[in-house]
Design a protein around this ligand. Structure first.
Ligand code: ADP
Ligand code: GLC
Length: 496
């Protein structure tokens, strides 16, 4: 079974959020379970700087508006995963982020950048770069590769099927209908059942309409997106394709996120000996200018600063957090309005800290050094940081939605109060005061250290590995492309 996994970012080569974590880890887990996976990425400068063994494989001339593509093979620096890079310097060789310039403004030609990337992925999967690179499955992810399944349908690839994973319905890749010509899309695809969305082209909708199978990153989110509140107007199409839609919970990279070995931490620990966690907390309080107090509950948040993540709710709850005697530290980057609000927080000295920017190492220290981790997300397709937090013995405070509902188990105090089970504090955001109530529950449990320890240990022992997800994706690939299996593998259900 040969899979071409297409994504616009992948850790550790280039990352803006959880998609990168998934694209960096799921292909590795798939490879471990016997699937032959190649990860295809745009050749951004940071990717070319970090990948190894780079060599030219093929030329794909004149893709969309005359853009020439050089296809490069390469490897990831840490785990040797085979990579294919779509090199088109006019589109990808720029200073700035994968989607925006240095001021956070979207690149004006993103439709063309990701159109060319998607078309190149489709051609490679179809075998245009040589039979050796042909794939049985083209696995696309989010709007940036939403056109890949569409192109695959129309370039003629009888032996290649497509899977489209939705990581976030909120980002849709919407462009004026005039881009249809530039993107060389057949006019008959511009319909309500196809890629048209309120008169515009939606790259996300293209993926939903034309992929053979649709996956999203948690079972609860797979149900939620069938409703108007979470479907952003695409719930009709999703309901029509319900039988092709599956929720598969993401895993986490247990090597990069392991409190026993994490190279970003001042001390290490595990469920058997938590003394290193106390050192991490003290070091974090010092680093952030918080009062050195081992007994004050320390609440942290690491996030993109967008409405999705509920940062507004946290800013409003700061007086309550301070009243509880707790401390709070936030690391975030994103909407300028929220960056400003965090920079100008009014609070007594030593009780709050905010760091604006993207800082991988500090993210690890904030997750390890905290007692509780805040995730009041309005919606959360999966969410990875709550799983990182649990693995680090840091209890999430999370809204009951999407992957948060599927991964965090509400704490229950045992009768008599001398023990507890669960892994965190789950609240229902639609109920007024629910977030502060959950914070108060967390604070109360923190005062009962033996019960707190029970919950910490349960959280640390949860299995968040990728193996289960890789298995589920493997089944989907096999049902779509049974021709890729050899005789004996067909019988046993194993990929060749
Ligand atoms: P999303 O993809 O919606 O942002 P996830 O929880 O799936 O949410 O993944 C977020 C990833 O990005 C995690 O690895 C998290 O640690 C990281 N991250 C988010 N914001 C920052 C930041 N400001 N600095 C460092 N890492 C961040
Ligand atoms: C998205 C979602 C997040 C998910 C991540 C990886 O960015 O917002 O919930 O964990 O993708 O699938």
């Amino acid at each position: 079974m040969k899979v071409l996994f297409a994504a616009s970012e992948a850790y550790p080569l280039v990352k803006t959020g959880g998609l990168a974590d998934v694209a960096g880890a799921l292909p590795v887990a798939l490879a471990e379970s016997g699937t032959r996976v190649r990860l295809i990425l745009p050749a951004y400068p940071e990717v070319l700087g970090r990948a190894t063994d780079i060599a030219t494989v093929a030329e794909l001339p004149g893709l969309l508006a005359g853009h020439d593509v050089r296809l490069l093979s390469a490897r990831t620096p840490d785990n040797d995963l085979p990579l294919l890079l779509v090199d088109s310097p006019t589109l990808f060789d720029r200073a700035g982020g994968p989607y925006t310039d240095d001021h956070g403004v979207d690149w004006p030609d993103n439709h063309l950048r990701f159109g060319v990337f998607s078309l190149a992925a489709a051609w490679v999967a179809a075998g245009a770069a040589g039979e050796a690179w042909r794939a049985d499955i083209l696995h696309a992810n989010d709007w940036q590769t939403g056109l890949a399944p569409t192109y695959l349908r129309f370039i003629g690839a009888p032996n290649t099927r497509s899977v489209f994973t939705i990581h976030n319905m909120r980002y849709q890749g919407l462009y004026p209908s005039t881009v249809m010509t530039e993107l060389e899309l057949p006019r008959f695809t511009f319909t309500m059942e196809g890629i048209e969305f309120h008169g515009q082209v939606s790259m996300l909708k293209a993926g939903l309409a034309f992929a053979d199978r649709i996956v999203t990153v948690s079972p609860t989110y797979a149900d939620e997106i069938l409703l108007p509140q979470f479907g952003y107007g695409m719930e009709g199409l999703l309901n029509a394709r319900r039988r092709d839609l599956t929720g598969i919970l993401n895993g986490i990279d247990e090597t990069a996120w392991n409190p026993r070995t994490d190279r970003h931490l001042p001390a290490h620990y595990d469920a058997g000996d938590l003394s290193g966690k106390a050192i991490c907390k003290a070091a974090l309080q010092q680093e952030l200018g918080l009062t050195q107090d081992p007994d004050a509950p320390l609440l942290t948040m690491v996030t993109r600063l967008t409405e999705q993540k509920g940062i507004d709710l946290i800013v409003s709850a700061i007086p309550d957090i301070i009243d509880m005697g707790a401390q709070i530290a936030v690391l975030g980057a994103g909407e300028p309005h929220w960056e400003h609000a965090l920079r100008t927080l009014q609070a007594p000295p030593g009780r709050t800290a905010a760091r604006i920017g993207y800082d991988e190492a500090l993210a690890h220290r904030l997750i390890a050094g905290a007692d509780m981790f805040l995730m009041p997300s309005r919606f959360e397709p999966c969410g990875l940081t709550q799983m990182y937090a649990m693995r680090y013995g840091t209890l999430p405070v999370a809204n009951r939605t999407g992957g948060l509902a599927d991964t965090v188990t509400q704490v229950q105090i045992s009768p008599g109060g001398n023990g507890a089970s669960g892994t965190g504090f789950v609240f229902d955001m639609t109920k007024p005061g629910a977030l502060v109530g959950a914070l108060q529950d967390g604070n109360a449990l923190y005062k009962n250290q033996p019960a707190w320890r029970d919950v910490q240990l349960e959280a640390m022992q949860r299995d968040f590995s990728w193996a289960g997800a890789a298995d589920d994706y493997g089944w989907i690939y096999r049902t779509l492309a049974p021709h890729a299996l050899t005789g004996s593998a067909k019988l046993s259900g194993e990929a060749a």
